[in-house]
Structures are given as structure tokens and as C-alpha cells.
Design a protein around this ligand. Structure first.
Ligand SMILES: *Cc1c(COP(=O)(O)O)cnc(C)c1O
Length: 426
């Protein structure tokens, strides 16, 4: 009997690259699937379901309130919309037209990234603060409080802070940003999409004063791929929820979610900017179940289990040509997920062209293999265990050995790149 994916003709991939969205994100535990299955076969009031989700998320994260979104990127758009509109139904209706409201979101220049689009999508304009002296090697200075302060004007609506971004000096770290923004009565949104594990980060940014924090559900949380968390201050989460909910309601019978402060609304809002980020009852149930499991997990034991599997992979690669392995263990204050470094190239010299060629070979195999390419430009590939199914470990080793046994990846890489060495050897 062939499986559904087989019938579609879509190959399963061996994913040692991490919970990459383009490779389908995380793998869900049977309990999470069961929660989704039950929700899928039931009719529920979505406002009641999100209200229950908010109470559960609040209990598990320490935030005042929470919301299940269709991803961290959608969460950034909803968070921005909440900062722009608050409880103003007319502003909700106007977005993304922000011509009649303050709509400038500040960001540190060193934090700008391609998810900025999610912030602009709500109608906000991003205003850069500070310089990138350290990033460019031009100087030694990070951002200072006066620089953030002087960027604030009557059109400022809030601040977007990217957790885990480099280059944060004392004033550029989250508590410093929060101090300045709160002095002006303005909210701080934190993009913490990929900052899990450790689970402590579910609480950390709220404790540091963030007003809203977004996380991906389809990365390390192990929830449905199209899910995310938005947590933080009750009024802002409520505004975000209202701008996402289906509002095809009769004003006389509308039963809003608990988080919605009807006393502060001038009327019944229409479909908001977030209506297109519909989150299903299946995603809400699945993410809540995944969150409960994630918080209950023994992180040290999980890290050790991953490390053990990586040691076995390294042992299986012993003696393979053109490869040296180094295990990077998890540890307090260090990385949360252990990875196995593969240095690819002749005589222990890590060679970017060889690493790129090896990746292509692995992806062309009958059972395609994906490694993390974060450090490909150094000639180093990573085995990340986050989305690697344990039953795929042996096939990962076999796939790597087969690709390496095809011989000199470096020479082939030069030929593929069409560089000068390709011309001289042909
Ligand atoms: C992955 C990621 C996102 C987007 O998350 P989704 O849940 O896929 O929408 C946003 N910001 C950062 C920093 C990320 O790593």
C-alpha cells in the first residue's frame, strides 16, 4: 500500500538542516497530531478556543495574554497592527493605510532583516536607529540611549527588537530599549521566532519588559508548521486577536473573545488586516499541545539524547574521505541544541566549494539529504538534530558516505563553479 506522499510523487527528505520552513519545519509528536485530529473533527467557537488558548499560554509563559497565530511572521504583522490601531475600530479598518495615525516603528540598524516586510505589511514605516560600526569594522560603538530617544517623535508607534541579533551594546540590549520606549509610553515588540530552546526564553523577554513577543510554532516548539505564538500585554494581544478574527458577525449577537475590551471599542470592527492570517482550530489545538510538551521537557536530557545520536553519526562517518567531524555540545550559556560540524575538503582543509558540491550531491540522491548551510562559506556543514527523525540517522550516514565515495568533491565543485581552475584542468 503506497502512502499519500508516495501517490503524490513527493519524496521524503532526510532533514539534518534544522526546522527550516522551506523543508516543512518541525516534526510533530503523536500527541500533537492527536490534539489536531480531535479539533479537526469538532465544531468550536473560535473566540472561545482562542480565549482558552490565551489562558493556557499565559499560565505557561508568564505573559498577561497570548494568541495562536499562523506563524511568527504573521505575528509580527499582527503585533505591529496592534501597536498602530489599539482599540480604535476606524484605525483597524484603515490599515494598511496609515496616513492618519502615527506609524513609525523604530529598529536598530543592526537588526534589519528580511522579516521587516512583515512589519511594513501592516502599514508601518521602519525607521533605523544607530549605526553598524561593529558589523562593518568601522568602529567600536554600539547604539546609545540618546540615539533611540532622539529618533522618537509624534509619529512613532513602537519599536521592533530582534532577539538573538548581534551587535547589541548595553543600551542596544532589550532592557535598555524598553527603558527608553516605556518612558515615552510606547510599546516594544520582540521577534523571538527562533529563540527556542531554551524554554526559559518563553518568559525572558516579557520579564525584560517587552510588550509583545512572537515565536514560531513550526520550529523548535514542535507545533504545526503554520503556527506561531504572540504573547504579551493583554490589551495589545486583544487588539491583535480582534484584527485577525473573522468579523462576519451581527453586531446585536456578536460574542467577542474574552480578551476583547468592548468598553473601549466605538463599535463592531470589520475584518481586519490579519483576516488573511487565519489560524485553524487544528493549529490552535496542536500548538497548545506542543507548547505544553515543550515546557514539561527535561532540556538537559533532551540535549544529551541529541548529542548521543550525533556521536553515533560521527562514528558512522569515521574514515570517510574528505571529511572531519567536530561535535559542538549544548551547555549552559552556550548553544541550546548540539550540532555536528562536518569540515569538508581535502587534507582537513575546509573548502567552501567542496561543501557546496557535497550539498548538491546529497540533494540529488534518491533519498535527498539536507544539511545546515549557515557556515557553508567556511567549508563547514552542520548536522542539526532538531527536525531529524531518529529513524533517518542511519540513512543520513549512508547518504553522506555514498556522496563522499563519489570522490573529489573539491575538483568537481571547481568545475561546476566554472572558475579558473575548471578552465585549467579541462
Ligand atoms: C523563522 C523566523 C520568522 C518567521 O517565522 P514563521 O513562523 O515561519 O512565520 C521570523 N523571524 C525570524 C527571526 C525567524 O527566524
Amino acid at each position: 500500500m503506497s502512502s499519500f506522499l508516495d501517490r503524490l510523487g513527493v519524496p521524503r527528505r532526510i532533514n539534518a538542516a534544522g526546522t527550516l520552513t522551506r523543508l516543512g519545519g518541525s516534526l510533530m509528536a503523536p500527541e500533537v497530531l492527536e490534539a489536531m485530529r480531535e479539533a479537526a473533527a469538532s465544531s468550536v467557537d473560535m473566540a472561545e478556543l482562542q480565549s482558552a488558548a490565551s489562558r493556557r499560554i499565559a499560565a505557561l509563559t508568564g505573559a498577561e495574554a497570548g494568541l495562536v497565530t499562523s506563524g511568527a511572521s504573521a505575528g509580527l504583522t499582527l503585533a505591529t497592527a496592534a501597536c498602530l490601531a489599539g482599540w480604535d475600530a476606524a484605525r483597524m479598518a484603515a490599515l494598511p493605510d496609515t496616513s492618519r495615525m502615527p506609524a513609525r516603528m523604530l529598529m536598530l540598524r543592526t537588526h534589519r532583516n528580511s522579516y521587516d516586510h512583515a512589519v511594513r505589511l501592516a502599514g508601518a514605516q521602519i525607521v533605523d536607529v544607530g549605526h553598524n560600526d561593529r558589523g562593518t569594522g568601522a568602529g567600536v560603538r554600539g547604539v546609545e540611549p540618546w540615539e533611540i530617544e532622539s529618533a522618537i517623535d509624534s509619529q512613532t508607534a513602537g519599536f521592533v527588537f530582534v532577539a538573538g541579533a548581534g551587535g547589541a551594546a548595553a543600551a542596544g540590549a532589550l532592557p535598555g530599549v524598553v527603558e527608553v520606549m516605556h518612558r515615552h509610553g510606547l510599546p516594544v515588540v520582540v521577534d523571538a521566532a527562533a529563540q527556542l530552546p531554551p524554554a526559559a526564553n518563553l518568559r525572558r523577554f516579557v520579564e525584560q519588559g517587552a510588550d509583545l513577543v512572537v515565536f514560531s510554532g513550526g520550529k523548535a516548539l514542535g507545533g504545526p508548521q503554520a503556527s506561531g505564538l504572540l504573547i504579551g500585554r493583554r490589551a495589545l494581544v486583544g487588539s491583535a486577536l480582534l484584527q485577525m478574527m473573522d468579523m462576519d458577525v451581527h453586531p446585536a449577537t456578536w460574542a467577542p473573545a474574552e480578551l476583547v475590551d468592548t468598553a473601549r471599542l466605538r463599535g463592531t470592527p470589520l475584518h481586519g488586516i490579519g483576516r488573511g492570517f487565519k489560524v485553524g482550530k487544528e493549529e490552535i489545538a496542536g500548538l497548545l499541545c506542543a507548547l505544553e510538551r515543550f515546557v514539561a521537557r527535561d532540556e538537559a536530557a533532551q540535549a544529551e539524547a541529541w548529542a548521543q545520536r550525533l556521536r553515533a553519526v560521527a562514528a558512522g562517518l569515521q574514515g570517510a574521505p574528505l571529511l572531519q567531524t567536530v561535535l559542538r555540545e549544548a551547555g549552559p550559556g552556550g548553544r541550546a541544541v548540539p550540532v555536528l560540524e562536518l569540515r569538508v575538503g581535502p587534507e582537513g582543509r575546509a573548502d567552501p566549494a567542496a561543501a557546496a558540491a557535497l550539498c548538491r550531491r546529497l540533494q540529488d540522491q534518491a533519498r535527498p539529504v539536507h544539511l545546515a548551510e549557515d557556515r557553508l562559506d567556511e567549508g563547514v556543514l552542520l548536522v542539526n538534530p532538531l527536525a531529524l527523525a531518529p529513524q533517518d540517522d542511519a540513512m543520513l550516514v549512508a547518504g553522506l558516505r555514498a556522496a563522499l565515495a563519489q570522490g573529489a568533491v573539491g575538483t568537481e565543485a571547481a568545475a561546476l563553479a566554472g572558475g579558473p581552475s575548471a578552465a585549467s584542468t579541462s
